[in-house]
Design a protein around this ligand. Sequence first.
Ligand SMILES: NC(=O)c1ccc[n+]([C@@H]2O[C@H](COP(=O)([O-])OP(=O)(O)OC[C@H]3O[C@@H](n4cnc5c(N)ncnc54)[C@H](O)[C@@H]3O)[C@@H](O)[C@H]2O)c1
Ligand SMILES: O=C(O)[C@H](O)COP(=O)(O)O
Length: 409
Amino acid sequence: MAKHSLDKDKIKILLLEGVHQSAVDVFERAGYSNIEYHKASLGEDQLLESIKDAHFVGLRSRTQLTAQVLNHAEKLVAIGCFCIGTNQVDLSAAEKLGIPVFNAPFSNTRSVAELVLGEIIMLLRGIPQRNAQCHRGGWLKSANGSVEARGKTLGVVGYGHIGTQLGILAETLGMRVIFFDIEDKLPLGNASQVHSLNELLANADVVSLHVPETPSTKDMFAEAEFSKMRQGGFFINASRGTVVDIDALAQAIKSGHIAGAAVDVFPVEPKSNDDEFVSPLRGLDNVILTPHIGGSTAEAQENIGIEVAGKLAKYSDNGSTLSAVNFPEVSLAPHAGASRLLHIHQNRPGVLIKINQAFSEKGINIAAQYLQTTAEIGYVVMEVDSDQAQEALDELKQIEGTIRARVLF
Ligand SMILES: NC(=O)c1ccc[n+]([C@@H]2O[C@H](COP(=O)([O-])OP(=O)(O)OC[C@H]3O[C@@H](n4cnc5c(N)ncnc54)[C@H](O)[C@@H]3O)[C@@H](O)[C@H]2O)c1
Ligand SMILES: O=C(O)[C@H](O)COP(=O)(O)O
């Protein structure tokens, strides 16, 4: 059995925001027992305290890992986002510190697509306001403003994993699907790509957002975009709250220009289930409000737990960074019969030459070597005879530009 640089029971894994038990099971099966588990996100002070000596941290969309928090996490080796979005982590700061970030790029895709599909039908039938009326003792039995999904046009903004899956599901209802994306995308089914957001807005009965949080999507939907939507159109956002100017949306709904909306994500979300949800959309009967649960299904959470914990354990055990979102990707087989050295350095000319020179001068034979880089950092993985591993590690740590180095015996 391979011996690791640090005994596994000394490797602290901090799991936040109630990540699924499946993650704990994966870590335990891989031999990791030092797991600090929290059902909710931590307040700032408690987060700093808990992350200070953690080697791995797992979180969902609520915990903000800023550069300041990361700098404080002196032992942090890798981060697992047990969700799709990674905008809650300062990815660039993590990269410069040599910390790979992993996520689950499609384990909750289906859950979001199904929710949105259901919301499309609810909105087109005017169910939110009828439901609200019934709860108040009213009886809004009327066909006014109620239409079938069949034959209507769905405009998908951001045709990635969720957007494509939603498009396919919507077509099964007989909807026409158009999409806008900054990339040229292969249309699935009978969907067609439009060339501008304005074209989509002018032609869609229902507009649904599935873009990531980036500088280019911040406030992507504001007064101008809502005014270009069809009179009486519907609007859905299950992507990120920062993509929409929420006051402009509230205004467009109150004016009647938008006939209804379903919103799962908000610019400011309560930090815990005990905090109040404050939003200008509260009290609008024709708006479905959900507390960021697009990906919150039993199936998605279990799969995410397995996927992300598996990636973290693999990085810890053998250095593989396949599918890391901010890091050079290396896919590695187990390293039987040798010790593996992992060296993360600033990407500047000559680092590999210096490593090879230093090893050659010390008579350290390199049995295998892999290098991958991003613009910022380089990641070298080497295999050496186990007798020379410690000496090799000491040499590596002295190479100029080293960010961090670790050995897997
Ligand atoms: N509500 C939830 O619980 C929940 C669950 C999962 C994901 N999400 C959010 O949904 C987002 C989308 O998820 P995904 O898996 O489909 O992501 P994805 O990366 O597969 O797809 C995103 C698509 O958006 C496109 N895009 C990026 N910037 C754009 C822009 N300015 N204009 C138009 N298109 C743009 C990309 O090219 C890509 O095709 C995630 O980033 C996450 O923030 C929310
Ligand atoms: O990015 C995601 O996958 C979603 O926003 C879900 O986030 P959550 O794990 O906090 O529910």
